[in-house]
Design a protein. Structure first.
Ligand SMILES: [Zn+2]
Length: 314
């Protein structure tokens, strides 16, 4: 869907609300009492439960719950975030929507990123998986200034606004032998499958095994460098291939994981400039969500609306 299609499909707020209603009803509206049949009260945009009589509004239980931003702005933001290869800063989205305040736009985008992460958490990686750690620069900043305004991440790194530190990220990338091997020596010998990236505090075997167990199918094989934190990985997965090579050679044994780390860092630096430490996972979610769906023929927009209609922000 390009921008013109978007405008044709969603010319106004009403068309967006109608679409959200249809999607939610397709997914099934559920009441707190467990009731699944409702009356639709169109004048108030509410579903009334046929079992207990309690009401929920159009946005209840979705990522848009309690948000005052028009549904069409949410749709436009989701469209921009999912339809392009590039990433957008909150400042840029604020400009594109013509909104006065930065803060609600920033929160909206964090919610969308969180929802993207929840989607990807439902899958486990399989087969042969390259695993390595990346170190990402984040800022620890007072989130609000003395007037209580959210500090823009874009300006966070300016002098006096918080300090920078490195955060550890465990990066896991499925890779398969290339079915059509290339003779080009610069082309990678393997092709990339799905990717997961999770922030991690503890790089000991306990911390690493905890993440591997959550993210990988137990039948998987991991390929790593010689870091001792991987030494007990076969407690949670089937096989461990350890390649001890000089750092300069590491891109040969773990080609995709290094590409993923480099590309994500380049994007974060180019678009967001700096990222608050509590939000790095959200940016990783967005990066992986789009990377994992790079070959999808269908529109990511509809998928994301369905995801957002189900998931709440917590
Ligand atoms: Zn009910």
């Amino acid at each position: 869907m390009n921008l013109l299609d978007f405008n044709t499909r969603f010319p106004d707020e009403n068309s967006c609300r109608q679409y959200l209603k249809t999607k939610r009803e397709q997914e099934g509206v559920t009441c707190n009492c467990g009731g699944i049949t409702h009356y639709w009260i169109s004048t108030r945009e509410l579903w009334k439960c046929k079992t207990c009589g309690s009401c929920q509004n159009l946005r209840a239980g979705t990522i848009m719950e309690k948000s005052h931003i028009p549904v069409r702005y949410w749709f436009m933001t989701i469209h921009l975030m999912t339809s392009t290869k590039k990433a957008f800063s909150a400042l840029e989205i604020q400009r594109q929507l013509g909104m006065d305040n930065y803060e609600p736009v920033w929160y909206m985008m964090q919610k969308i990123r969180k929802s993207m992460g929840k989607r990807d958490m439902r899958y486990q990686l399989q087969g042969e998986i390259e695993v390595d750690e990346g170190f990402y620069e984040v800022v620890t900043l007072p989130e609000k200034d003395h007037l209580g305004n959210l500090i823009r991440e874009e300006v966070a790194q300016k002098r006096g606004r918080g300090s920078t530190k490195q955060m550890k990220v465990l990066v896991m990338v499925e890779s398969f032998p290339n079915p059509q091997p290339s003779t080009d020596k610069y082309r990678k010998k393997r092709v990339m499958g799905f990717v997961k990236m999770v922030t991690i505090d503890d790089l000991s075997s306990t911390g690493i095994n905890y993440e591997l167990k959550k993210s990988l199918d137990p039948t998987s094989t991991i390929v790593t460098d010689g870091w001792r934190g991987y030494s007990r990985s076969t407690d949670v997965i089937a096989k461990h291939i350890k390649n001890i090579v000089p750092p300069k050679e590491a891109h040969k044994t773990l080609p995709w994981v290094h590409t993923v780390i480099a590309n994500s860092k380049r994007q974060f630096l180019g678009v967001h400039h700096s990222i608050g430490k509590d939000y790095l996972q959200n940016y990783l979610n967005e990066f992986c969500y789009k990377l994992n769906r790079r070959n999808f023929q269908t529109d990511l927009f509809d998928r994301m609306i369905v995801a957002g209609a189900k998931d709440t922000w917590y």
